[in-house]
Design a protein around this ligand. Structure first.
Ligand code: ASP
Length: 430
């Protein structure tokens, strides 16, 4: 895109820094010739996002089908599936526990004076206390119902990725059951489709510095710095939790379980992390995540094409952590003491709903609403965290994507892939 030798991820990083300064400077109103800069950022950011999203459906389908069809038999699939689900569940749970510990230690919602006045709530706390314990998991069940779509085209069109993944898993699996000539045609077709998606990703990523600049400048212009005042402690708690997970927990897993250098993995994932941060969408970042994991970290397509699309949809460590901290924070803000049983319920629901949350911006808010409802807290609590949600969304999405990529590396290593993150890995692609 730019006539420069600077690596793409540095270009993106510089764009991100510039965007923060420019966003703060111009705000929503400043413009030129009657056109606000804000609307220009909005337009360019959306163009970039659209281009990434355009790739999601064919990418998920082709990568899962190629991955599963290449596994050869249900035994491999079972083993890889078991490891993947085990990794996802374990890391999400660790993230939630980090969040739970911090929110109980820091207690960001406990304030001096009447919490109703400080936070401007209207709900009656006594009535609330009586309601806690009146749980309803119906909405969580819904998430799992959607896993088997009645119409796969509609599921794809509506962004119900779980349904699409389920269908693609079956499709790939039964390719292995076809006569060899038919199976080969199918494999070649979807492998070609996957390769094309990767090449289009390359093309889209050349515009990433502009796209990232526009997306971040718009967010900063929107949010400003004022919004953080009363929520500073909440913001800090989430940030600290996410930082602990991405800088301590996951690197420890990479080092001890995967046997690879965490620093090398961070370097490999640079472009994906910045893209996740600026788009706040794991799904939109998926093409970039796949490029980084395969080309920079050296994970085989066989592993990454199974682990990553699934991860972008179901493995959300940052989201799970955020849900837990947000719900406990809201309860604290209402002046409620949460019993051990209720906290346990919150942990379980955060784990389950983080699986169902779509990889799109602000998707956690829906899950938080579900958990609030289930533990009997009023939905208006969400209004409280809205002001800082976007920036936290950017951070938790980066954590979500990084955890997926660590999963791919760790599972690849456990499958005997010795070339992963070794010094001789191919040169940086993105
Ligand atoms: N934006 C997040 C993601 O795409 C989901 C969320 O936590 O809202 O990973």
């Amino acid at each position: 895109m730019f006539p420069t030798k600077l690596k793409l991820h540095w270009q993106i990083l510089i764009a991100l820094m510039l965007a923060i300064a420019v966003g703060l400077l111009v705000g929503r109103e400043v413009g030129i010739f009657g056109v606000s800069f804000y609307s220009v950022f909005d337009f360019l950011g959306n163009l970039f996002l659209n281009a990434l999203k355009m790739l999601i459906v064919p990418l998920i389908m082709s990568s899962i089908i190629v991955g599963i069809a290449g596994l050869g038999g249900s035994e491999h699939l079972g083993r890889l599936g078991g490891k993947t689900i085990g990794y996802y569940a374990a890391t999400s749970l660790l993230a939630i526990l980090v969040g739970l510990l911090l929110v109980n230690l820091i207690q960001p919602g406990v304030v001096e004076g009447d919490p109703k006045e400080v936070f401007g709530f209207s709900a009656d706390v006594a009535a609330l206390e009586a309601k806690i314990g009146d749980k309803d998991g119906g909405d969580v069940v819904d998430v799992f119902l959607r896993m088997i779509p009645t119409n796969v085209v509609q599921a794809a069109a509506e962004g119900q990725m779980l349904g699409l993944i389920f269908f693609s898993l079956l499709y790939g699996f039964f390719i292995g059951r076809l006569a060899e000539t038919q199976a080969e045609t199918q494999r070649h077709f979807f492998a070609g489709m996957f390769e094309i998606m990767m090449r289009i990703t390359d093309l889209v990523m050349r515009f990433a510095p502009i796209g990232v600049f526009a997306l971040v400048a718009k967010t900063v212009a929107d949010t400003g710095l004022d919004a953080f005042g009363p929520l500073a402690l909440f913001f800090l708690t989430v940030t600290l939790g996410l930082a602990t997970h991405i800088l301590v927990v996951l690197p420890l897993l990479l080092y001890f379980v995967g046997g690879v250098s965490p620093a090398r993995h961070f370097a490999a994932m640079g472009a994906a992390l910045v893209t996740a941060f600026s788009t706040a969408s794991s799904s939109a970042t998926l093409p970039v995540t796949m490029e980084c994991v395969e080309k920079n970290a050296g994970v085989s397509n066989r592993t990454s094409s199974f682990v990553l699309p699934l991860g972008a949809t179901v493995n959300m460590d940052g989201t799970a952590l955020y849900e837990c901290v947000a719900v406990v924070f809201i309860a604290q803000a209402y002046g409620l003491e949460l019993s051990f049983a209720t906290q346990f319920l919150i942990v379980t629901l955060a784990l389950l709903t983080s699986i169902g949350v779509a990889g799109i911006p602000a998707a956690s808010l829906v899950a938080i609403a579900v958990i609030l409802g289930a533990v009997g807290l009023p939905l208006e609590g969400i209004g409280l965290i809205l002001a800082v949600d976007r920036v936290l969304d950017m951070m938790r999405t980066a954590v979500n994507v990084f955890s997926d990529s660590c999963g791919a590396v760790i599972i690849a290593r456990s499958e005997g892939e010795t070339q992963v993150l070794q010094p001789a890995v191919p040169a940086q692609a993105v």
